[in-house]
Write a protein that binds this ligand. Structure first.
Ligand code: HEM
Length: 143
């Protein structure tokens, strides 16, 4: 059972990071597009974020089960560090993507600015996930 939970945990980690890499070519194609063509690309963008969000919930759920069922207590430094970074990225994810898409739809920023902001957010989010992945895989004893 424990290995099944780890398996679920790792699959959800893949699904939390993977979709973001698809977004770079999509962002490249958004530049200079008409509003109508952009709408379908924004929909793809939002679908990818939705997958990441659901996968993130499974990631946290299976992570909690792993600590509960396994030999790593909640006081383990790399578990605490992952949770700290994760809380940061949850707030970040909530503010990074949708508000900027809304700003664009309300005419407050143009396409190029939207693409620039989304690309920066995607990189920041990938970075946060890679930091958490490192804590999980290397399991460093920080204190
Ligand atoms: C609430 C947050 C999380 C908790 C409590 C948690 C808990 C755990 C625990 C206890 C293990 C060790 C399993 C074992 O070796 O027996 C583990 C493994 C792993 N976690 Fe997490 N996790 C969390 C979030 C994450 C995140 C955000 C990622 C990816 C970005 C991630 C990716 C992994 C991976 C790839 C492994 C397998 C690494 C290995 O055992 O070598 N986890 N997790």
């Amino acid at each position: 059972m424990y290995s099944f939970i780890i398996y679920t945990h790792v699959i959800s980690a893949i699904l939390s990071i993977g979709p973001f890499f698809v977004l770079f070519p999509l962002l490249n194609r958004m530049k200079g597009k008409s509003e109508e063509a952009l709408n379908s690309q924004i929909e793809i963008f939002q679908a990818a974020i939705r997958i990441v969000k659901h996968a993130g919930h499974v990631l946290v759920g299976s992570g909690v089960l792993l600590v509960w069922q396994g030999n790593w207590p909640w006081t383990t430094s790399w578990v605490i560090m992952t949770i700290v970074v994760m809380f940061g990225s949850v707030f970040f994810l909530a503010r990074a993507f949708r508000p900027n898409i809304r700003r664009f739809q309300n005419g407050l920023i143009d396409v190029d600015e939207l693409v620039r902001r989304l690309r920066r957010s995607v990189w920041q989010y990938i970075f946060l996930l890679l930091v958490m992945l490192w804590f999980m895989v290397a399991k460093p004893n920080i204190w």
